[in-house]
Design a protein around this ligand. Structure first.
Ligand SMILES: [Zn+2]
Ligand SMILES: [Zn+2]
Length: 306
């Protein structure tokens, strides 16, 4: 018995797995609670955004203005939320910003025409973001930093486009009559948000690694019990994880297991090679192996009395 086998023989993997699962559950609850606290404003903003989208589909203007006001005040990142008619006239502005009156006609412009510009606001470009991406981006703000960076890199050599303020622009529903709702924002990072996400990722990674190593150790212990090569199977599972476990189980299924010592062996064995335990009955006539279900010897055809 190797030293590792000695150590592992004392381990109860069922208890260890149960302990890990409870620890994982506690860590998951703790991490989600921490994330919910850190991102609470963003989550409520995303929720408010989806409510405003739903209201936009109905035809009640005063309800829509209330929802839009609520959405605008739920995050300081919102520069303005505008309702435009079919002629691009701003008919409602939640924050009465610079974009809040007159006509707002957007055209493609900027680096590679992948931004939107308006003649009236020479120092501003908008990056259009689809509603679903926008909600996700406003919770985590992962995209905005890279959008800004992309714009700055792209517009660096292009005269007339550098040094402008870039806003995200998303588009809520389209009401009958060509009405449009623009949400214009300039997302900032959540304080401590990146750190919280990194810690959550580290915890998840840690549990994943524990699970990975435990699976290899369990296979090592099991293979040692079955008198198979524990080091070979342990390494296979360490390298391939669950795939190795499945292959190991299939391999074990194909062989007989001694009920006394647990050694895995050839199905044709009548006595255990490890402890000498009788594994199969033998035919009284030819001595061939027979199983409990056999009514006749499969080798010589002798009838077997139960
Ligand atoms: Zn045995
Ligand atoms: Zn026989």
């Amino acid at each position: 018995m190797t030293k590792l086998e000695q150590v592992l023989s004392g381990w109860n993997f069922r208890k260890i797995a149960a302990g890990c699962l409870i620890a994982l559950l506690i860590a998951a609850i703790g991490a989600s609670a921490a994330a919910a606290i850190v991102f609470r404003d963003r989550i409520s903003f995303a929720w408010q955004y989806s409510r405003a989208s739903e209201t936009a589909e109905k035809d009640d203007r005063s309800d829509l203005q209330n929802e839009i006001d609520r959405l605008a005040s739920s995050s300081p990142d919102v520069a303005d939320i505008l309702i435009l008619d079919s002629g691009n006239h701003v008919v409602y502005s939640a924050k009465k910003s610079q974009f809040g009156n007159g006509i707002l006609t957007l055209a493609k412009g900027g680096e590679g025409n992948s931004y939107l510009v308006c003649d009236r606001f020479a120092d501003v470009v908008f990056k259009y973001v689809r509603s679903r991406d926008f909600m996700f981006a406003s919770v985590f703000n992962q995209d905005f930093g890279s959008i800004r960076e992309e714009y700055e890199n792209g517009s660096f050599y292009e005269s007339g486009f550098s040094g402008k303020t870039i806003y995200l622009l998303s588009y809520i529903g389209e009401k009958s009559g060509g009405m449009k709702i623009y949400v214009i924002s300039s997302p900032t990072s959540v304080p401590g948000g990146t750190l919280t996400l990194k810690i959550c990722a580290c915890i998840a990674m840690l549990f994943f690694m524990i699970f990975w190593v435990l699976l290899a150790l369990w296979t090592y212990q099991d293979a040692a019990k079955a008198k198979l090569c524990p080091l070979c199977w342990g390494i296979i599972v360490l390298l391939t994880n669950i795939v190795g476990v499945i292959v190991y189980q299939i391999y074990k299924r194909g062989s007989a297991v001694c009920p006394a010592c647990g050694a895995s062996q050839n199905r044709m064995n009548r006595y255990c090679f490890n402890c000498g335990e009788k594994l199969a009955e033998s035919c009284p006539q030819c001595g061939g192996p027979i199983s409990k279900k056999d009514r006749f010897c499969p080798r010589c055809g002798k009838q077997i009395k139960s």
